[in-house]
Design a protein around this ligand. Structure first.
Ligand code: RAM
Length: 353
């Protein structure tokens, strides 16, 4: 047998063996190696095709997560897998753990989770991984020991810095600022708040005074009430920073309803579609975000790369995430999407999500 053909056969066999050895590879693991003759690898299904993954948001009913799901579905189509979108009614760790337990019992092929609590989800994540179900957290991280990889939307320090910078620009001559966050246990918001507090120590922000941090629980009406409370308690408040898409829209509405446009400015993290009217009214002249659809897309590609056995989820490993190109898992076990974008009156109409 010519050496080249022999090599092809060897590679074909290795690919087939790898697919069979995949923890929960779905379709490819069941396909017979004999059915795909050496030299025609294109005829065999992609590793992991047919798998069923679940994309779990912090809670349902949040357009940010709905948009992430559109990206996840795009990835599912490309990969030939099914992605179910399942979440709890409120952004609550106990409810999320209940849901995850039932998904583990159903033996799904992989979980992609935006965590409501970094530590509370660790035992559940470990249980999944012990059952051979890969766990990727995305958007809001599970602590490292409870997941294989975290898919981060942007560098946390950059997310903090851009929000403080926007607040500084809006407060012009300085003054009182407050933070309206999501839940008090949210891993992503808590990290950003900690880093915003660090950022505020820089000399250029000496004239900004952080007077209070409140929590709207990623619930529209609670966030609205909390924003009203901030304005009542601090009549000379200049800026509300809401590092949550739910909170920022509710705060901007509260400012508008209170007739305080031009007096109290709202900034933070929001979706262009929810914030367009407030950018135009002047209640929230600028805010930032990444593309949630790309984040969902990357989360599913990452999960699939692990579940199909292409990578193990170890630092230093590289994989390709479809149209987004190549990613490497960093030393902390994190895959990074990219820098946030700032939206304002000049560019907001160019975005539709
Ligand atoms: C909310 C959620 C999500 C966060 C965005 C910015 O939708 O809290 O976790 O990343 O805001």
């Amino acid at each position: 047998m010519p050496a080249r053909r022999m090599t092809l056969l060897t590679v074909g066999l290795l690919v087939a063996l790898t697919a069979c050895g995949t923890p929960r590879g779905g379709g490819a693991a069941q396909s017979s190696p004999a059915a795909s003759p050496a030299g025609s690898p294109a005829a065999s299904p992609a590793a992991g095709a047919g798998a069923t993954y679940v994309l779990v948001p912090k809670a349902l009913g949040n357009p940010y997560f709905d948009t992430a799901n559109t990206g996840a579905q795009e990835a599912a189509k490309e990969l030939g897998v099914t992605v179910n979108y399942q979440g709890s009614a409120t952004a609550d760790a106990t409810q999320q753990i209940q849901l995850l337990n039932s998904l583990i019992a159903q033996n799904v092929d992989g979980l992609a989770i935006s965590a409501n609590d970094a530590d509370a989800l660790v035992p559940t994540g470990q249980q999944a991984m012990q059952a051979g179900i890969p766990v990727v957290s995305w958007d809001s991280a599970i602590a490292p020991e409870g997941r294989n990889v975290h898919v981060n939307q942007a560098n946390a320090a950059d997310i903090a810095a851009v929000q403080v910078r926007m607040a500084g620009e809006l407060a012009k001559d300085g003054g009182k600022i407050a933070i309206l966050s999501a839940t008090s246990t949210a891993p992503n918001q808590n990290e950003w708040i900690r880093l915003m507090q660090e950022e505020l120590k820089k000399p250029e922000y000496a004239n900004l005074q952080l007077v209070e941090i409140v929590y709207g629980d990623d619930d529209d009406s609670k966030s609205y009430t909390e924003a009203q409370g901030l304005m009542t308690k601090h009549p000379d408040l200049e800026v509300i920073i809401a590092p949550t898409t739910v909170g920022i829209a509710a705060a901007a509405r509260a400012v508008q309803d209170a007739g305080k446009v031009g007096q109290v400015f709202v900034t933070g993290l929001g979706t262009p579609n929810q914030m367009r009217e407030y950018v135009k009214s002047g209640a929230a002249p600028q805010f930032a975000l990444w593309n949630p659809a790309d984040l969902g897309y990357l989360a599913i590609h990452t999960l699939h790369a692990i579940a199909s056995g292409q990578i193990k989820g170890q630092p230093g490993e590289t994989f390709t995430a479809g149209r987004l190109g190549q990613y490497t898992i960093d030393e902390q076990g994190v895959v990074l999407l990219g820098p946030p974008t700032v939206f304002n009156a000049d560019n907001i109409d160019a975005f539709n999500f």
